[in-house]
Design a protein around this ligand. Structure first.
Ligand SMILES: Nc1ncnc2c1ncn2[C@@H]1O[C@H](COP(=O)(O)OP(=O)(O)OP(=O)(O)O)[C@@H](O)[C@H]1O
Ligand SMILES: [Mg+2]
Length: 273
């Protein structure tokens, strides 16, 4: 699928953590209503790219343009107000607040009309309207509004985290490994949600270890290896490309150890991010 207008354009992003290189010379774009996947093995630089877009880390070089606007010098909270919203890793909901309270709190800092109405003193109506709109697209939460968020299952918490991000009316939603640790059925629900969100016109930048899933839901993908983009293209084409496997295996020769099973499981073990 050919993307329309580019919502986000990254060119030559290089990020260092002290002496450690996070990513080097990474360029990519995300079109309007497009789902773009960032793939790669542990440590490849996927989360670093999201952090650079969110403004959590400052690139050493390279540029980010959001709807044509240079993001250099725009601090993280201002990026959220512009509509660049990341679902926090580890979901980071408030467990001792109800599902409804979690969603209402998220209405602060919204990019769209909600925020303007809020500032104009029409907070309550704006908040209720936005909450209703979000609940319409997240029926899974509707029955749990009065429940403490900490009592939800892992999958439901992930849905809540995405719903919270949607309360801010993102133009570009960033999600870092939403399927991590979820039961297969919940993974499917979460991915259906992301597809719906994109159909609604919101662009999605998706980081995922489970390449099979990512290729299914995304239109285009970029594969990172050791901090650099080594492959990119339409997801339907990359899905059958043995070089994707090589990129995950690092040193392996292309096609030499194409074990599909390897890519079907999310990485286990301790996480660095
Ligand atoms: N806060 C940090 N301090 C130092 N080095 C870091 C930091 N965060 C990431 N790195 C390093 O930057 C590189 C890219 O890490 P990043 O977290 O972006 O990878 P990733 O693709 O998201 O990996 P994972 O799949 O494990 O989440 C790695 O070498 C990592 O060790
Ligand atoms: Mg990561």
């Amino acid at each position: 699928m050919e993307p329309g207008v580019s919502v986000l354009e990254a060119s030559g992003l290089t990020v260092y953590y002290g002496p450690v290189r996070g990513v080097s010379d990474v360029s990519f774009s995300v079109g309007e209503g497009e789902i773009v996947a960032l793939l790669g093995a542990n440590g490849a630089g996927k989360s670093t790219v999201l952090k650079a877009v969110s403004g959590i880390v400052k690139p050493r070089s390279g540029a980010l343009a959001f709807n044509g606007r240079d993001l250099a010098g725009v601090p993280a909270p201002a990026r959220v107000r512009l509509g660049l919203v990341q679902v926090p890793e580890g979901r980071r909901i408030f467990p001792s607040l109800t599902v409804r309270e979690n969603l209402e709190l998220a209405a602060f800092g919204s990019a769209g009309q909600g925020a303007r109405a809020w500032r104009a003193g029409r907070q309550r109506e704006a908040r209720r309207a936005r909450l209703e709109a979000v609940l319409r697209s997240f029926p899974l939460l509707d029955n749990h509004l009065a429940k403490l968020a900490g009592m939800l299952s892992g999958g439901e918490q992930q849905v809540l985290a995405i719903a919270r991000a949607m309360m801010a009316e993102p133009v570009l939603l960033m999600v870092d490994e939403p399927s991590l640790g979820l039961a297969p059925q919940m993974v499917e629900s979460v991915y259906d949600l992301l597809a719906q969100i994109a159909l609604g016109g919101t662009s999605v930048l998706l980081v995922e270890q489970n390449v099979g899933l990512a290729f299914e839901v995304s239109q285009r993908a970029y594969v990172l290896q050791h901090g650099s983009v080594v492959l990119s293209g339409p997801s339907t084409e990359l899905a059958g490309d043995p070089r994707v496997v090589s990129a995950y295996l690092g040193e392996a020769k292309p096609g030499s150890s194409a074990e599909p099973g390897l890519l079907d499981e999310p990485a286990a073990g301790p996480r660095t991010t």
